[in-house]
Design a protein. Structure first.
Length: 226
């Protein structure tokens, strides 16, 4: 279980408020959902599996969630928030909550730093990573839509980082995000953290090539002095 996993409630009468008890139980159930699905997949994971892993009672589960899918969607939101949290911690956040490094230095250096941090964040939270990269497609249309929204958010962040000013530049960003999704999904499916981290250098090299060619709405380097 990752360092982000919640603590267990003390035995006996608790001094915690009902709201705090529910928050802790929700966190435990989301962590258990991610961990069990990493082992069994969404379809084979049952509510009973989640209860056994989390130590939460069935009655408490249905006080927090309506169904397995409801629990999955909550775990997906946790996965998204953890990814953003780790990225901000690794890159450093400005007053507006955006990575401070995005506003300074060479764009390609910022991209390399951000992309390396992204891969490391995926590795740190591997069960949650598997949940939103792989198991999301077995959970149905709403889960897939939420996955698409997350991918669009990442595309927007990349476009801001690289200063993509036109439709062609933003489409290039979409291609990079889609290619990254495929590459990291294969590594995560194999639980291969070395392969996951190894994606960084060749992808960064190719993005640098696209940058030099003006693929983000910039003039090519050869035209810069014209």
């Amino acid at each position: 279980m990752s360092e982000s996993s919640p603590r267990r409630l003390p035995r006996g009468r608790s001094a915690l408020s009902p709201e705090e008890v529910e928050r802790i139980q929700r966190s435990r159930l989301c962590a258990a959902m991610a961990e069990v699905m990493a082992e069994k997949g969404y379809v084979a994971t049952s509510v009973a599996d989640v209860l056994q892993r989390s130590g939460v009672s069935r009655q408490s589960f249905y006080q927090v969630f309506d169904s397995k899918l409801d629990c999955f969607m909550a775990a997906f939101d946790v996965a998204r928030d953890l990814l953003v949290q780790h990225l901000l911690e690794m890159i450093g956040a400005g007053a507006d909550g955006r990575p401070a490094a995005m506003g300074t230095g060479d764009a390609m250096d910022r991209f390399e730093q951000g992309f390396t941090a992204y891969l490391e964040a995926l590795a740190i939270e591997l069960p949650y990573t598997r949940l939103f990269l792989i198991e999301v497609y077995a959970a149905g249309p709403e889960a897939i839509r939420r996955r698409a929204d997350l991918q669009n958010m990442i595309t927007d962040t990349l476009a801001d980082m690289l200063g993509a000013r036109d439709d062609a530049g933003r489409f290039t960003c979409r291609m990079i995000v889609a290619a990254t999704s495929t590459l990291v999904t294969n590594a995560v499916a194999d639980n291969d953290l070395d392969a996951l981290r190894a994606i960084g250098p060749p992808l960064v090299r190719n993005v640098r090539t696209l940058w030099a060619a003006g693929a983000f709405g910039r003039r090519p380097v050869s035209d810069a002095g014209a």
